[in-house]
Structure formats: structure tokens, C-alpha cells
Design a protein around this ligand. Structure first.
Ligand code: NAD
Length: 426
């Protein structure tokens, strides 16, 4: 295909993670039936920005951090995607995550394209005041890129409602009036949506429940393992617990805890709220994150970060179903091993799309200055997640391809249809 030639030259965003996102795309293209021109255009992010962000530390010294924002596609509408604070943030990582956001929004039929950004830093070493200054300066560096009609940030790893409130405030100060619709995932007091905080984890469990039903594995009878105990994994663990499933192991960056008869999830949350992490929690066997991924279980939720299920451990995974709460947790090689072993993987662009879906509801509510209640949001979210799940399942059955390829095919067709109609400018 023509773009193979163009991309033989390395571009700055050609990191291993971006090449993985592109390889997933290329593997799905033969099933998507779109034109070569459109396929080539969508293989590239539209725009990428690197900024340097000076930060005055609490001790009076100054450090400069690298910040990024990548916008993959504006075909369907403004771009949308999280901001992460992490030592591994890079242009290539943002490009991969922005690309996945395009497919995720399209799959859910949201009028958005994908973006992602972040600052390369270790957020655990920064105080709240330092994080506030970092966020405000990063936002001012992005002020020409972001906006309610162009690019709308949201929380991601190590960013949260407070981060979004600082972003919203900084942007609003620069514009001279309140612009709540510039970010999503804000506190409710400044135009955030009820249920946004729970939406990703809740959506992960909605899709897991649907997949379990299709596979004749009723959710309450399943033993579940959850990697990552943050916004996504922590909420998913609670939802699983509330629905009667047995959560036998969870982990965070400090390691994991395993109790074959089931963990007390509310107590784990109370512990993390008090101590900041799972470190030191002793009601269960302490295990490493590597061991956690290989535990005997029915459903494995990977909700920490990318690159967790790889050629190194995929053959030893003992789950019957894998659900991707995180973005990009499964490498291409691991995916092939799971397909070979008959282990279904509910892919990230479907499983964790609840967050961006309720972000979309938040943006719509902000633009309309009219707010919905929790039940309305939960019902609308469930409708969208189930509709997307069923479309993906149908493509998978029709074409005998994996759920990831089916999700990609369904998403690519949405964007390609719009790009075909619009044409490639000029
Ligand atoms: P978070 O910072 O709230 O939580 C991340 C969790 O993973 C923490 O418990 C952290 O300790 C743990 N962790 C980090 N590195 C780890 C490692 N190497 N091994 C085990 N645990 C590790 O972040 P989050 O918002 O929950 O995001 C998690 C993943 O979900 C990311 O891939 C993110 O892109 C994706 N995601 C988040 C949202 C959202 O709405 N927050 C939406 C879609 C996708």
C-alpha cells in the first residue's frame, strides 16, 4: 500500500507504541473495505506539538519539563483525549494514544477525533502546589491548540478532576470568561458531569458483563483479577464487587494482593484513601504485578497502563477473558498468542470508552448549560456501550476476526465514511 513507502522514512512520532497502533490499523484495513487514499491519510496524526514547561519548585529552584499534545484526526469533529503526567510521556506515546482515541470515539459514534497529551515528569515527586503551577503553565502553552471547538482535554494517568479545574480556570482567565466546555472530567461545581468519575470503570464492567453473557459465563460466578487500582481499575473492582463477582487480586504500582476467596474491595479503597497506595495492605498474599497477570482466574482486567501483556507472559496467562481497561496493555505478539489460545480480548477502544462517552455528555451539557441526572447518564452510557459492543460482536462473527480487529473495522469505517464525504482538502 502506498503509505508503506511514505512511512519508510522515520517520523518523530514513530515510537514502538505508535508503530503498534499503526500495525493494528493495518491488520484491520483488509477487512474494512475503504479507499487507499483515505487509508493512507488516517495512518498519520494531523498535528503534533512539543512545548517546554518551566516550573518553580517549592524549594525555589526551577526545572523545565517537556510537554506534548498530538491531534490525530479532526474529520468527525474536535479532537478529544486525556492529559497524563508520567515519566514515560513522549511524542510517540501521545501519537499512539491519540490514534486509539480516534478509533474509540468513532466506534462509540461520538462527534470527535482523537488527541492525547501530557508532561514528562514524575508526579509522585511533585507537591500539590507544584502540580498546580505545572498544569497552569502547560495549559497556557497549549492555549492556541485547545478549545471547545478544536481540542478538548480530559484526565488520564495521574491527572484528575482538580487538574481539569486548574486547566479550565487557566483557559478561562486567558479568554476573560468562564469556558467550562474546554475540558471534561471537571468537578461538578465547575460544570463537570455527574458520573464522569465512575464512567470508565463502570463502562469496562458493562462490556465485560456483555462479553461474559455471550460466552455463557455469568458475571457473578466469575473470579476476577484487576491490575491497576486507580480511576479505572479501582472503580471497575467496586462495580465487579457490587455485581457479585469475586475479586481475587488487585494491584497498583506498589505491587499486588491476592486472596483466592475474594478481597474486601470497599476496605481496599478505604486503605488506599488513607495510605495513598496498596503498599503494606496485608489481608491477602502480597504478589508482584508480574505474578498477578498470571494468576488462575476467569476474567483479567488490565487497567494500569500500556505494554503489560507481552510475548514474555502471554502464554502463561490463565484467564478465559481479558478486558482492557487501560489503553494499549496488550502487544501485537501477545494478541496473536491469545487468539491462538482462544482467549477473547475485549479491546481498549471498546472496553474503556465509557470515560470519553460521559465526557461527551459533559461537553454537551456544558454547551447547553442544562444538566442531566445520574440515572439519565447511566442509561445513556449503557445504551451507547451496548450498541458498540453488539456491532463489534456482529463484525467479529461475520468475518471470523478478533474483537480488536472487529472494533477497529467498525471504527475505521465510521471515520473513512466521513472523510470520503468531505474529501481530502484541497
Ligand atoms: P490512574 O493514575 O488513576 O491509575 C493508574 C493505576 O495503575 C494506579 O493504581 C497505579 O498505581 C497503577 N499502575 C501504574 N503503573 C503500574 C504498573 N506498572 N503496574 C501495575 N500498576 C500500575 O490512571 P487511570 O485514569 O486509572 O488510567 C489507567 C489506564 O486507563 C491508562 O492506560 C489510561 O490511559 C486508561 N484510561 C483512563 C480513562 C479515564 O477516564 N481515567 C479512560 C480511558 C482509558
Amino acid at each position: 500500500m502506498a503509505h508503506a513507502e511514505a512511512t519508510e522514512q522515520q517520523i518523530e512520532w514513530d515510537s514502538p507504541l505508535f508503530l503498534m497502533a499503526r500495525a493494528q490499523y493495518e491488520q484491520s484495513l483488509p477487512h474494512a473495505d475503504i479507499s487507499d487514499d483515505v487509508a493512507e491519510r488516517l495512518a498519520f496524526p494531523e498535528r503534533a506539538l512539543i512545548v517546554s514547561v518551566p516550573l518553580r519548585l517549592d524549594d525555589g529552584s526551577m526545572r523545565v519539563y517537556a510537554g506534548y499534545r498530538v491531534q490525530h484526526s479532526s474529520v468527525l469533529g474536535p479532537t478529544k483525549g486525556g492529559i497524563r503526567y508520567d515519566p514515560e510521556v513522549s511524542l510517540g506515546e501521545c501519537a499512539a494514544l491519540a490514534t486509539w482515541m480516534t478509533w474509540k470515539c468513532a466506534l462509540l459514534r461520538l462527534p470527535y477525533g482523537g488527541a492525547k497529551g501530557g508532561v514528562r515528569c514524575n508526579p509522585r515527586e511533585l507537591s500539590q502546589r507544584e502540580l498546580e503551577r505545572l498544569t497552569r503553565r502547560f495549559t497556557s502553552e497549549l492555549v492556541r491548540e485547545i478549545g471547545p471547538e478544536t481540542d478538548i482535554p480530559a484526565p488520564d494517568m495521574a491527572t484528575n478532576e482538580q487538574t481539569m479545574a486548574w486547566m479550565m480556570d487557566t483557559y478561562s482567565m486567558l479568554k476573560g470568561h468562564a469556558v467550562p466546555e474546554v475540558v471534561t472530567g471537571k468537578p461538578i461545581s465547575v460544570g463537570g458531569s455527574i458520573y464522569r468519575r465512575e464512567a470508565t470503570g463502570a463502562g469496562v464492567v458493562m462490556t465485560a458483563e456483555r462479553a461474559c453473557a455471550r460466552l455463557d459465563m455469568p458475571l457473578p460466578a466469575q473470579r476476577c483479577v484487576v491490575q491497576g487500582f486507580g480511576n479505572v481499575g479501582g472503580v471497575a473492582a467496586s462495580e465487579l464487587h457490587d455485581k457479585g463477582a469475586t475479586v481475587i487480586a488487585v494491584s497498583d504500582i506498589s505491587g499486588g494482593v491476592h486472596a483466592p476467596d475474594g478481597l474486601d474491595v470497599p476496605e481496599l479503597h478505604a486503605y488506599v484513601t488513607e495510605h495513598g497506595s496498596l503498599e503494606g495492605y496485608d489481608k491477602g498474599e502480597r504478589i508482584t504485578n508480574e505474578e498477578l497477570l498470571e494468576l488462575p482466574c476467569d476474567v483479567l482486567f488490565v487497567a494500569a497502563r500500556e505494554d503489560q501483556l507481552t510475548v514474555e507472559n502471554a502464554a502463561r496467562v490463565q484467564a478465559r477473558l481479558i478486558v482492557e481497561g487501560a489503553n494499549g496493555p496488550t502487544t501485537l505478539e501477545a494478541d496473536a498468542i491469545f487468539a491462538e489460545r482462544g482467549i477473547h480480548v475485549v479491546p481498549d477502544i471498546l472496553a474503556n470508552a465509557g470515560g470519553v462517552t460521559v465526557s461527551y455528555f459533559e461537553w454537551v451539557q456544558d454547551l447547553g448549560r442544562l444538566f442531566w441526572d445520574r440515572e439519565e447518564i447511566r442509561v445513556r452510557l449503557a445504551d451507547k456501550m451496548m450498541d458498540a459492543f453488539d456491532r463489534v460482536w456482529a463484525v467479529s462473527e461475520e468475518k471470523s476476526i478478533t474483537l480488536r480487529q472487529s472494533a477497529m473495522v467498525a471504527a475505521i469505517r465510521e471515520v473513512a465514511g466521513a472523510l470520503d464525504a468531505r474529501g481530502i482538502y484541497p
